[in-house]
Design a protein around this ligand. Structure first.
Ligand code: PRP
Ligand code: URA
Length: 187
């Protein structure tokens, strides 16, 4: 929440905004992967055998929604370096660069406003038979959260803040403005 308060600040620079988005994404990945199934393995230490837990089966993939979702990927991958990464762009056909079947798919996008982008992205990802889908955003509007829950009730949603409402232009209030512009320095 401390990092989020700096992220929201209109005076925060593009450099700091990018770093904060990644730091928050890393912390949220910790929560979103908490329930990954594990299996027991035996590890030989220099002093004996330790019973340890490994993540079981195929692991996970992060799928950022272009463009702003890309801003979260480095943070996610710093926690799960071996994860596959897919990409989804909503102004063109889905382009996934790696297989996602049977994996936990963590879809990243900093903003859930009306929910339209997340709903469409998840519908497309479902066609690829993932084992489970989690949606991870930094700020959500109540309207978007309700719409996403209704459209995809099987998807777990993680957000760092549930804000007040959308304005007439479908921007989140108080939100943080346009996440893509602030990450990529385009405004
Ligand atoms: C922003 C944001 C989400 C979407 C949320 O992306 O990153 O993808 O809007 O709004 P919604 O819930 O009403 O769909 P935008 O389309 O502005 O593109 P960008 O990531 O390139 O900035
Ligand atoms: N997309 C953004 O980047 N910000 C909003 O407030 C709404 C949609």
């Amino acid at each position: 929440q401390h990092k989020l308060s700096i992220l929201r600040d209109e005076k925060t620079s593009t450099k700091d905004f990018r770093e904060l988005v990644n730091e928050i994404a890393m912390l949220m990945t910790f929560e979103a992967t908490r329930d990954l199934p594990t299996e027991q393995v035996e590890v030989k230490t220099p002093c004996g055998i330790a019973k340890c837990n490994h993540i079981a089966g195929r692991k996970l993939a992060f799928v950022p929604i272009l463009r702003a979702g890309l801003g979260m990927v480095d943070g996610c991958v710093s926690l799960v370096p071996a994860a596959r990464i897919g990409h989804i762009g909503l102004y063109r056909d889905e382009t996934t660069h790696t297989p996602i079947e049977e994996r936990l798919i963590i879809v990243t996008d900093p903003m859930l406003a009306t929910g339209g982008s997340a709903i469409d992205a998840i519908s497309q990802i479902k066609l690829r038979n993932p084992r489970k889908i989690v949606f991870m955003c930094i700020i959500a509007a109540p309207e978007g959260l309700e719409a996403l829950k209704k459209a995809h009730p099987d998807v777990d949603i993680y957000c760092a803040s549930l804000d007040e409402k959308l304005n007439d232009d479908a921007y989140i209030i108080p939100g943080l403005g346009d996440a893509g512009d602030r990450i990529f320095g385009t405004k």
